[in-house]
Design a protein around this ligand. Structure first.
Ligand code: ZN
Length: 217
């Protein structure tokens, strides 16, 4: 069965469950519009779907996905990244989410592109110009990691950059005026998460400890 047929097979399972035996509950739920309490900004990576990782149902997660789960700095009226800004603005001002989570992850291809040296055999800044331009938003995170990397391997530097990147995105997020206002009013909390693809462990950043720790035991 090819990948497209797999999707159709999956939809049939969804249809049987939600539009079959749960149909009246589905209609009742669908008629009320959406009111998710959480926006998750995650990577486009197919292994880190936040709704699946959190076992969330339809309507529970407002989602934005992009390469390396990046939030660019706020730019008044001249933003080059209006798509992401519009999603954040809609989530905060209209959906009234109470939590925003930026979720980084291990083995991130976007972060590998960020950390790649010139002449890397995996990425070419000319051929991969869109990727290179996008991930360069995280150059301050790259710089911070390389300045403190010591004898760390490139793989270790990438793991650190994945975490630093999520923290920089949280810092950038806090610079959006409507986010800043909602946080000041205690209506919104920002979180950084990190998902280990290999182990399945989910970590959260603890500001009071200055480090990522397991989200739960
Ligand atoms: Zn990624």
């Amino acid at each position: 069965m090819d990948a497209y047929e797999e999707l159709i097979k999956g939809y049939k399972i969804f249809r049987a469950e939600y539009l079959g035996r749960k149909f009246s509950a589905y209609r009742d739920w669908a008629s009320k519009g959406q009111s998710p309490k959480t926006l998750i900004i995650g990577c486009s990576d197919s292994r880190v779907n936040p709704a699946i990782l959190t076992h969330a149902g339809l309507g529970e997660v407002f989602a934005v996905n992009n390469v390396a789960n990046i939030v660019p700095p706020y730019e008044k009226s001249q933003s080059h990244h209006k798509s992401l800004g519009a999603a954040i603005q809609y989530a905060v001002n209209h959906v009234k989410v109470e939590h925003i989570i930026v979720m980084g992850h291990s083995d991130c291809g976007g972060i590998a592109a960020l950390m790649a040296d010139d002449g890397s055999d995996r990425f070419d800044a000319d051929e991969d110009d869109y990727i290179a331009d996008w991930v360069s938003i995280l150059n301050p995170a790259k710089k911070a990691v390389l300045e403190n990397s010591g004898d760390s391997s490139m793989e270790e530097c990438c793991r650190l950059a994945e975490m630093e990147g999520a923290l920089l995105s949280i810092q950038n997020l806090a610079g959006y005026p409507w986010v800043r206002q909602a946080v000041a009013e205690n209506a919104l909390t920002l979180h950084a998460w990190y998902f280990h693809v290999d182990s399945g462990e989910l970590l959260s950043y603890r500001p009071e400890e200055g480090r990522f720790r397991r989200l739960c035991r």
